[in-house]
Design a protein around this ligand. Sequence first.
Ligand code: TPP
Length: 673
Amino acid sequence: MNSIQTLNRVADNIRMLSVAMVEKSKSGHPGGAMGGADFINVLYSEFLEYDPNNPLWINRDRMFLDPGHMSPMLYSVLTLAGKLSINDLKEFRQWGSVTSGHPEVDFERGIENTSGPLGQGHTMAVGAAIAERFIAARFGEWTAHKIYTFISDGGIQEEISQGAGRIAGTLGLSNLIMFFDSNNVQLSTKVDEVSCEDTGKKYEAWGWKVIHIDGNDAGQIRQALKEAKAETEKPTLIIGKTIMGKGAMKENGESFENQVSTHGQPISAAGACAVKTIENLGGNAENPFAIFPESAELYANRKKELEAIVTKKEAIQQQWEKENPALAKKLESFFAKKPIDVDFSAIVQKKDQATRVSSATVLATFAHKVENMIVSSADLSNSDKTDGFLNNSKPLVKGDFSGAFLQAGVCELTMACLMNGMALHGGIIPVCGTFFVFSDYMKPAIRMAALMQLPVKYIFTHDAFRVGEDGPTHQPIEQEAQIRLLEQIKNHSGVNSTLVLRPADADESTVAWKLAYENTKTPTVLIFSRQNIKSITTYETALQSEKGAYIITKPAGKPDVIMVANGSEVSTLVDAKPLLEEKGLKVQIVSAPSEGLFFDQSQSYREEVIPPNIPVFALTAGIPSTMLRLAGTTGKIVGLEHFGYSAPAAVLDEKFGFTAQNVFEQVMSMIKK
Ligand SMILES: Cc1ncc(C[n+]2csc(CCOP(=O)(O)OP(=O)(O)O)c2C)c(N)n1
C-alpha cells in the first residue's frame, strides 16, 4: 500500500504543477485545483481503473470533472498518468494546445467530458452511470465499472444538481461515486454567505449514501472510496472539506490558504508568492514544472497494477465472448461507429397526421430493432409521443435496467445533460423529448452536445403557435431561429455543429428520422407538429431532404415566385398555389426542413431550388428571421412578431394569417410592387 507520506508528496506535486501552469499562462484557477489535489491523486493512483494502453477500453472507469475551471488539477494528474506531457502543461490555455482553459473531451488523453458550465459535468456522470447499468443488464456484470465525478460548490448550487441527484438516487445508481470538494470558497464570496443548506442531508433525502471526510487527508479519502466502491444500493457522495489554495504562501512565509482571491487568478496576482509557495510544496522554484521522483514512481507502479487488472478483465471478457458469441457480436454493434441498419423505406406512415405521431411510428420501429437506444421524456411522453417507444419497451427502474425508456420527471436541462453523459459513455443512442418551447430549458446542454460532437437526438413537439389554447407560455416563436443558430456554428471538425430538421408531413418525418439516426457526428434536433398536417410528399420524394431543401412543385418554365417554408407551413403554401395560378402566376414551392444542410450544398443546386432574381416568399410560424437566410434580404417573410395568444388553433391561423388566402394576398402584393 502506498504510504500517506508518498501520497501527500505527490498531491503537492499536483498543486505545484497547477500553480506553475496558471503562473505561466497568466490566467486560470489555481486555488480550487490545489485543494482538490489530494482526492484526485488518491483516485488516479489507487482506484480509477483504465487501460493505460487503450484509452477507449469500454469497461474503463470514467471520471467526469464538473468544475472545468479546475482543469490544472486534471491536466496535472493526467500528466503523471502519462496522458499529457510537461510541454502540454506549459502550453496551458494557449492557441492550438490540448490543455484549453476548460477541458474539452479527449478520450485519447483521458478527458471524458467537456466541462466549464458548472453543474453539467456531474450530471453527465449520472447519464454515464445509467449507460453502464443499461449495458450490464444486457451483457452481464463482467462489464461493470465505476463512474466517478468531482463536483465543487458551484455545481452543488446549480439547479441542475437537483435533477441529477434525484434521478441518481431514484434509480439507485450505486456505480456512481461523487466527490464534493467543499472548500467554502467560490468566485466572489464564501459559500456560507450564499447558502445555509445541509448538503449531506439533501443528498441523503434523495437516496444517496453520504460520507463526510477531511478532503485533504489521503487516508480518509482512501477509506471513503473503499466504502463507496462496496455500496450496492445507492450512489455515494463523499463530502470532503478541503482548503482552497492549499499550500499557498506569502512572501513573508505566512499562509495564504483559504482565500477567495486564489479562486480565479495566478496566486502571485492574488497576493501570494509563487516562489515561496512552490518551496512550501517541496519543489524548486527554478523548475516549477518538475515531476517529483515519488510521483513518477507512484504512477509507474499504478501503470503496472492497471495492466494486470486489465489483463485479468480481458481474460474474463474473452471467455464470455467464447461462451456467448451472439451477445458478443451485439455488444460490438452497440459500440460500433455506425448504428445497425434500419430500413426506413419499410416504415408505413398514415397520411395527413400530426408529425409527432409520424415520429412515434418511427420510434416504435426503433423500440423493436435498435436495442441500444434509450429514449427519455421530461414527463410528456404521451404528448411528445415518445410513447411510441415507451409502449414497445418499458421504463428503467432501480434494480431493473432491462427497459430502455427513462422517465426523467420534469427536468429538461438535466435530461438533456444525461443524454450527453450516455453518449460520452458510449454504447448508447440517446434520444429525448419535450415541448419545443421548453428547448429553452435545455439549450446549455444542447450547446455542449454540439461542442462535444455528440449524436444526441432531440424530439421537440408542439412546434408552433398552433398549441392554441395553451397560449403564449407554450407557443414557440423564436425557438426555431435560436436552435438553428447552432446549424451555423462549425464544430472543431469544421462541420455544422447541429443538424436541425422540421419536416413538412408524415413521410418527411420518416426521412428526418433517417437523417437523425444516421447522423453519428453531431446532435440532431427534430421539430414536430402537434396538429395534423395534410400529406404532400412520399417517402421517395422526401428523401431529397438530405439536401436540406428541395422543390416540392416546379412549374413549367421560369417561376414568377419561389415560395419556401418548412414544417406545417409548407402545406399552407401548397394550398395557396391554385389561387396564385388562377392569376396566371407560375409558382415554385420549396420545402426546407434543414437550412444548415441546404447551405452545405453546391451553389448550382441552391440556385436551382431558390433561383436568384426571382421574388421569394417565405412563411414561418416562428419569428420572421427564422427564414432570413433562405429568403434573403430582398425576400418577403411572413411570420410572427409577438408571443402569440390563447385561442383554438384554427382561430389563431385565421387571426395570424396562416391561411392559403392570406398567403395568396401577401404574394400578390409582393409581386405587384
Ligand atoms: C454555469 C456557470 N456559471 C458560472 C460560472 C463561472 N464560475 C466559474 S467558477 C465559479 C465559482 C465556483 O466556485 P466553486 O465551485 O466553489 O469552485 P472553487 O472556488 O472551489 O474553485 C463560477 C461562478 C461557470 N463556470 N458556470
